[in-house]
Design a protein around this ligand. Sequence first.
Ligand code: HEC
Length: 521
Amino acid sequence: MIRVKKRQLLLALMLLSSLLAAFGAWIALKQHSVSPVIANAPAIPNGPAVPERLYSSLYMMDKSRYAKIPTLPDVDGGAIERLHDGFVVVTGDGQFYQLDWSKTDGNLVFTKLPLASPLIDRDAFYGTGERRHRRFRVTDLSIKPSTLGYDVYVSHMVWDREADCFRMGLSRARLPSPTEQAAEAHNTWTNIYRTQPCITQPFDTVETGGRLAWVGPDKILMTLGDHGRDGRNGPALSQDPKADYGKVLLIDTRGGAEVFTSGNRNPQGLLIDKTGQVWSTEHGPAGGDELNLLSAGNNYGWPLATYGTDYDQFTWPLNPDGRTHGTFTEPVFAFLPSVTISNLIQLGGKQFPHWEDDFLVGSLKMQTLYRIRTSENRVVYVEPIVLGSTIRDLVEASDGRVLVWSDDEAVTVLSRHDVSGRGEVVFLKCRRCHDAFGNAVAIAPNLTGVFGRMIASRPDYAYSQALRTVGGAWTEDRLLAFLADPQAFAPGTSMGAMGVQNPVDRAALVDFLKTYGVSNP
Ligand code: HEC
């Protein structure tokens, strides 16, 4: 379910991001430049000067954002993949970047690769009057060693100008090194597979699937969405054995393909776990996003079985009961409401040992990572970790850090934050009101940058009259006084009696607040 809603939330996010950008620029000025070195590419503003915190039940994390790779307007899609200690990113419009950790400052360095976009006849596609630019896109990439170094396999849309229709394609090229010139690289794409039949107008370019995963030296799985042909809008392609759509295909890169699973809607995630099992995530309609364990030959039921409903009804008309998947394979887990689920990975545990073997699943609409603990293929719990960007893809680095690729063409790095001092620990008990937990709404004002800020001055928070009348800025003395006894400092404040009685803890906490959101202590 892909729908942008909540104009207000967006406006708030835009306001927040411009504030953060301005703040980032100020910090950059103070530190005399923090831009990464970029060859062959326009400058990519660097985010990690002020890592934000991200919290889960077991870890505090540092979140460093690298934004944003310049793309055509409103592009989404694309993917990130590991290559040794670094990474390769493909944007939705088919640009390739190599990402490496800088040996000097540890930041990510982006280098554009001399590789042509695999998108075929993109411009002709827009000649059809299709306005959703972001939808004609590259959906995934996979890198494989070859005799010449590395091959890159890419799933993407292919426009057929003559027949006025599109397919999904799998193509391969040699992965050039960043130092090659475009002319030397001579990279042309080899067609490995094209889906059947060609999808004619009117078409849905949203439910595309398009994830890749290797299951043998020449065997790759590719997920395919039903492109909205769901039995209500056109024939149900997911249940049509002659159509490739709404399936997961097992493609032999030397030629040929067979159906691996059917009855899929829009499988945006694909994972081979440590034991070799195949997992996928897929979009339901309103409700019913699924985590599936895929087995060859299974039918997952779409559009005849789903735990979701139509967008304007309390039922899915082809499955009015909606209580079971009947003779079709049940999902391992279904999300209600839908989170617009994207790709998933299984964690190795090097950076986050308590998370070893857990799944980390992305979501577009909820801008949230879901950490899923399973036991014997049963979901034990799902922990939402709000990230704040539209998560398209994610990957684990060789040292266990997690990199997220989001639809704003940004890369976010998540690493473990080892708590540095007493103040930061005391602050944990403030977070339950002052931070957003899972639900993106905090009941108290955000405290990032509170030191030196005017008292009761955040425009996004309705302060009590008591705190608003205090006046002036938050100094060390004032914070100490407020935290010793909030009601004595501002009689009637809605912070209630909550304070910090222990003077040593209080002083440590105020020391921590001086740096909170300003630098990375
Ligand atoms: C039970 C919820 C709750 C907890 C726990 C809590 N606060 Fe608050 N805090 C609030 C509320 C509500 C306000 C707004 C007060 C008002 O408008 O009068 C507030 C306001 C503040 C402000 C003023 C912010 C501004 O923008 O001027 C500071 C500073 C503050 N809290 C610090 C802390 C610290 C430090 C802790 C941890 C020791 C803490 N709070 C714990 C609810 C809480």
